[in-house]
Design a protein. Structure first.
Length: 236
């Protein structure tokens, strides 16, 4: 991941796993000048949603288009729907790719998803409806983000954050009433921090994430304790 004002040549840009690669979101500024301005994530997603040449948008399309930012951006995209009121079972469905992406972050690998997930697609108009809700929020957040506290967003730190992402993805997948909103919000905040190399946002997201884990643990403990109490009374 490069800084928002990164003006290195295109072929020098690195992906969010620390490996060299082409950032397809970068575009030349002024004729033959190879210095680039990196598009924001909200701009990229809006362009995809407005591309009339597409009938559908597949997960593999997002991976290819997002380039070096694919992993953190996909975590954000898969986590965000769970912040909003959503149909029952959606968290469990979206939790699977989040678990895959978290494991890859731990391993420090480039974004990859199994074909059964990568080939999943939605009609472009439905994707556009989703981006219409996400893009304004994302654009406002991008104006607040800036590179700082780089220690918390370097490659080694991302691997540690992958462990937290994995735990949050598992918590998100559990059938806890309203228990998916807080871990999803934490994942979105951390992912934004990684995308824009903002360590402050990462720390805030980590704190929210620990709060979500504690809350989920409390709910699970209460449910188990209540179940045991009912069982003991039923057979007493």
């Amino acid at each position: 991941m490069t800084d928002p004002e990164d003006t290195r040549p295109v072929d020098a840009i690195r992906d969010d796993s620390g490996q060299a690669g082409l950032d397809r979101s970068a575009e030349p500024i002024g004729g033959s000048d190879r210095r680039v301005r990196r598009k924001t994530l909200s701009e990229i997603l809006t362009e995809i949603s407005e591309d009339s040449a597409r009938d559908v948008v597949a997960v593999s399309d997002l991976i290819a288009t997002l380039g070096g930012r694919g992993r953190a951006a996909l975590i954000l995209i898969f986590a965000f729907p769970n912040i909003l009121p959503s149909p029952p079972g959606l968290a469990g469905v979206l939790g699977v790719p989040l678990i895959y992406l978290s494991l890859q972050m731990i391993a420090g690998r480039i974004p990859w998803l199994p074909r059964m997930i990568a080939d999943r697609s939605v009609p472009r108009d439905r994707f556009a409806q989703f981006i219409t809700r996400l893009a304004p929020i994302l654009a406002r957040a991008e104006r607040l983000l800036r590179p700082r506290w780089a220690f918390f967003v370097n490659h080694r730190a991302e691997q540690v954050l992958g462990i937290l992402f994995l735990v949050l993805a598992v918590v998100l997948s559990l059938p806890i009433p309203f228990g998916n909103m807080l871990p999803s919000f934490a994942m979105c905040v951390i992912a934004l921090g990684i995308l824009e190399r903002d360590g402050v946002w990462v720390i805030v997201g980590v704190l929210i994430g620990f709060g979500a884990i504690l809350m989920a643990g409390g709910v699970i403990y209460a449910v188990v304790k209540s179940s045991l109490f009912l069982l003991m009374n039923a057979f007493s």
